[in-house]
Design a binder for this molecule. Structure first.
Ligand code: AHR
Length: 505
């Protein structure tokens, strides 16, 4: 075929089931930070704004991504947030110094507006409570305000604010990154464990149907990882349903092969958290399994330097506005693959974030909304990666990079959608020079045909999209084909792919 190829093998079988995929693994995150809220989802003077001030062009893109859940309102911001500032008549809401990002928060958007936006975006809210400067009381009041039907102080206050029906928010985060020295109100593991347990206990008394996420380490490089997990879970194991993981990667040294291997670090992170949870389970003789909420993940480094130039105490400055490259999109594809291969334990994940702030969707104030390179693997995996994750048995050639050894060139995940009779293979080819030709034994999928092979490829690792020009976008001319009972996956050098097979009608 005139291209240099490297061979790999893979076996895919209906019987090799990992788990039903929880759709919430395709969640995202909106923090009161930069232009995520103001100028992102909310811009009352924008030509597409609806009666509530929500940008319709942004809502359309969010709906296109089929985001099932969005974490809110932070992030670091939540650790000094007074939720009461963001409810009631807008003209009475105070302007505050927002300490995490050193901006002015106008509070023109708060709990009710976000719940309203979420409804329009066909998504659920994942609410975080402030365990930095506040605690049990503020958390239980907020929950009563959001979820109690009426007849009490906080639920009637919500009604008086124009929201007759409760928001019924199911998933709640017990603080954010409480081990981080950058956090307002940082805690030791013991302090956090006790506070999170007591807060969770009170919240469950208000509403027994909620689910709770306890804070794990802020990332896998924290010096206290994974002791933090072990010590905090000693307190929170029985009250929490999930433990959080956060991780961002970057390519500061410009080493693409090493950068593409960073999903192996994510793999290791997930495995270590699972092992720690299961250790506490064994220690407590518990029958309960702790699930993982990877509620912040992405590439984040491009904007670090420019953010240092931003003056403090302005309103909605352009913070954390990473412009994503083609190679970033490939790592995003592999991070999604990694989580799907752990879908028996990773039940929630939030790409951080959704609009303008380290985001797949960007906006110009008063102008257009547009798609970053990372939009695409997120979009395809969210839309087509629904069903049961299958365990791909992979035999791939490998390489070594600066920080990793034995990095497989082929990085796949496989999803079987029984209802639609579809088999979907997502695959990153990490090889920078050669096509991967993969013999895929799809023996249990008789009478299936290839209906689509989407490829994201580019000769320029640093290619980016802008408001005016889309340089990184997928095409559907992938060349994978069926040969008897075998699927031949043709994955071009340095590419992300989705091959979709469907049962013949
Ligand atoms: O998503 C940006 C920030 O990253 C969040 O506010 C914080 O939780 C994390 O450190």
């Amino acid at each position: 075929m005139g291209k240099e190829t490297v061979k790999a093998n893979m076996v895919v079988d209906k019987a090799f089931q990992i788990s039903e995929i929880d759709p919430r693994v395709y969640g995202s995150f909106i923090e009161h930070l930069g232009r995520a809220v103001y100028g992102g989802i909310y811009e009352p003077n924008h030509p597409t704004a609806d009666e509530n001030g929500f940008r319709q062009d942004v809502l359309d893109l969010v709906k296109e991504l089929q985001v099932p859940i969005v974490r809110y309102p932070g992030g670091n911001m939540v650790s000094a947030y007074n939720w009461e500032d963001g409810v009631g008549p807008k003209e009475d809401r105070p302007k505050r110094l927002e300490l995490a990002w050193r901006v002015i928060e106008t509070n023109q958007v708060g709990t009710n507006e976000f719940a309203q936006w979420a409804q329009k975006a066909n998504t659920d809210v994942m609410m975080a409570v402030n365990l930095g400067t506040r605690g049990i009381d503020a958390a239980r009041n907020l929950l009563e305000y959001c979820n109690h039907p009426g007849g009490t102080y906080w639920s009637d206050l919500r009604k008086s604010h124009g929201f007759e029906n409760p928001h019924n928010i199911k998933t709640w985060c017990l603080g954010n990154e409480m081990d981080g020295p950058w956090q307002v109100g940082q805690k030791t593991a013991h302090e956090y464990g006790r506070l999170a347990y007591e807060t969770g206990k009170a919240m469950r008394l208000v509403d027994p149907d909620i689910e709770l996420v306890t804070c794990g380490s802020s990332n896998s490089q924290m010096p206290t990882f994974p002791d933090w997990e072990a010590e905090t879970l000693e307190h929170t194991y029985e009250i929490a349903d999930y433990i959080s993981l956060h991780q961002y990667y970057g390519n500061r040294s410009g080493d693409t092969a090493n950068f593409l291997a960073k999903s192996l670090d994510m793999e290791n992170f997930i495995q270590t958290v699972i092992a720690t949870c299961d250790y506490i389970k064994a220690k407590k003789r518990s029958k309960k399994t702790m699930y993982l909420s990877f509620d912040e993940w992405n590439v984040w480094f491009h904007s670090n330097e420019q953010d240092k130039q931003i003056d403090p105490w302005t309103i909605a400055p352009p913070q954390l506005e990473d412009v994503y490259t083609f190679e970033d999109a490939l790592l995003i594809g592999s991070m999604l693959n990694t989580m799907l291969r752990h879908s028996d334990r990773v039940k929630i994940a939030c790409m951080a974030q959704l609009v303008n702030v380290i985001a797949p969707i960007m906006t110009d104030n008063g102008g257009n909304a547009w798609k970053q390179s990372i939009f695409y693997p997120y979009y395809y995996t969210s839309v087509y990666g629904r069903g049961v994750a299958l365990h791909p048995v992979v035999d791939s050639p490998k390489y070594d990079s600066k920080d990793f050894t034995d990095v497989p060139y082929l990085d796949p995940s496989v999803v079987y959608n029984e209802e639609k009779e579809e088999l979907v293979i997502f695959a990153t080819n990490r090889h920078l020079k050669h096509t991967l030709e993969v013999d895929i034994d799809v023996r249990s999928f008789e009478d299936y045909e290839v209906v689509e092979h989407v490829v994201l490829e580019n000769d320029d690792a640093k290619a980016v999209n802008t408001a005016k020009q889309e340089n990184v976008k997928p095409h559907t001319n992938g060349e994978s084909y069926l040969d008897g009972g075998k699927l031949v996956g043709i994955f071009p050098k340095f590419s992300w792919n989705m091959v979709r097979l469907k049962k013949k009608q």
